[in-house]
Design a protein around this ligand. Structure first.
Ligand SMILES: *Cc1c(COP(=O)(O)O)cnc(C)c1O
Length: 366
């Protein structure tokens, strides 16, 4: 059966070459006589997978040996817990920029472990734009947490101002989607199921300076320092998930970050361009400088359009555009594996839908 054009927010579509490699490795990994699903987490084959993964993260993010690359279980949310566990000691406060649901949840999780402070928020206005960058941070701030791309609301930080405290970024939904200066972060992390593969795996990249100041004693599973020392194999690692991340990293390198960024910009221009001139579809984020290139959220001027538009998309083999349950409407996620042609196919359906829909004047007359 033909593959769907898949705009799901995560788990997201994967490139076909990656799926083909994965299918091969599922039957037999290299010359091991075993499947990648059976590969030993302390064996040499997996050791090589990890080493290549780590080298590619360093290379693609443009960071030096002062950063540790760590692969963890538990997706994004376990990072929401591990960050304060490791980096928020008593007597300090964790500063959070509240720019969307994930950012908010990250802060709520941190509150289990210590004092938190929202230093900027756009929650009052339904996260329809980015909040103002905080003019100053509490002197006691242990770190500032930022979500670079707000997956549910479709906003993204394109310019990240200077920060006087260690900056920790959740890049789950825009990692490796653009050229970016990663060396300004004390830590950045990403759940894998958007630009890095499959659910359950998280990538954490931590500056070694951070590992020197453990906030509290922790079991090795939950300690970045111990995980780094054990090369991400404190327990049975998610071998197939990390192998999928390797295939994604290789695919990313082959295309090149600059080329990926260029295509992502073209995709966003095409879709926002259509939304901005539409008489039916309404972009959720009006401030152009705040718009996400990864997740494009929109509604219609009449709820009655929603189901017919979804149905029309389904007839054109397009899935995954229903908005998040918090926002309703539509969300089109255009991670690296979504091509410009995929977005063009969607835009064609939007045009057709508009052509077939009677103009509001006509409908009023009926
Ligand atoms: C998808 C996503 C997460 C994911 O979390 P899980 O716990 O793996 O479901 C976290 N943060 C952001 C910004 C995301 O987009």
């Amino acid at each position: 059966m033909k593959r769907k054009i898949n705009f799901n927010a995560g788990p997201a579509t994967l490139p076909e070459p990656v799926l083909q490699e994965l299918a091969k490795a599922t039957l037999q990994y290299g010359k091991t006589g075993t499947s990648v699903l059976e590969l030993q987490h302390r064996g040499s084959a997996f050791g090589e997978i990890l080493e290549e993964c780590n080298a590619l993260v360093h290379e693609l993010c443009g960071i030096g040996p002062e950063y540790e690359v760590i692969w963890l279980h538990g997706g994004g949310r376990l990072q929401f817990c591990m960050i304060p566990m490791n980096f928020l000691p008593e007597g300090k406060v964790a500063a959070y920029i509240d720019s969307g649901q994930w950012a908010h949840e990250a802060m709520q999780y941190a509150a289990y472990y210590g004092d938190t402070k929202i230093v900027a928020s756009s929650r009052e206005s339904g996260y329809a734009h980015l909040p103002q960058w905080p003019a100053r941070l509490p002197a006691k701030a242990a770190y500032l947490h930022l979500t670079t791309n707000n997956t549910i609301y479709g906003t993204q930080w394109h310019d990240i101002p200077a920060c006087s405290k260690p900056l920790i970024a959740d890049m789950s939904s825009d990692i490796l989607s653009r050229r970016h200066d990663h060396s300004r972060y004390a830590m950045f992390y990403a759940a894998a199921q958007k630009n890095l593969g499959v659910p359950g795996v998280a990538l954490a990249v931590v500056h070694k300076d951070m590992l020197r100041k453990a906030a509290r004693p922790l079991p090795p599973m939950l300690s970045y320092k111990a995980q780094a020392a054990e090369r991400s194999v404190v327990n049975t690692a998610n071998v197939p998930g990390i192998y999928t991340a390797l295939l994604m990293l290789r695919w990313t390198k082959q295309r090149g970050i600059a080329a990926i960024e260029k295509e992502n910009t073209a995709k966003a221009e095409l879709l926002y361009g259509q939304l901005d001139k539409s008489r039916i579809f309404v972009p959720r984020v009006s401030e152009k400088a705040h718009r996400s290139q990864m997740n494009v959220c929109f509604t219609t001027n009449d709820m009655a359009h929603e189901q017919p538009f979804l149905d029309m998309c389904a007839r054109h083999n397009i899935i995954g555009i229903k908005g998040h349950r918090y926002t309703g409407g539509f969300r089109v996620s255009m991670y690296n594996a979504v091509s410009l042609a995929d977005v063009a196919a969607l835009v064609d359906v939007m045009r057709e839908f508009e052509d077939l829909s009677p103009s509001p004047l006509l409908r009023r007359g009926r």
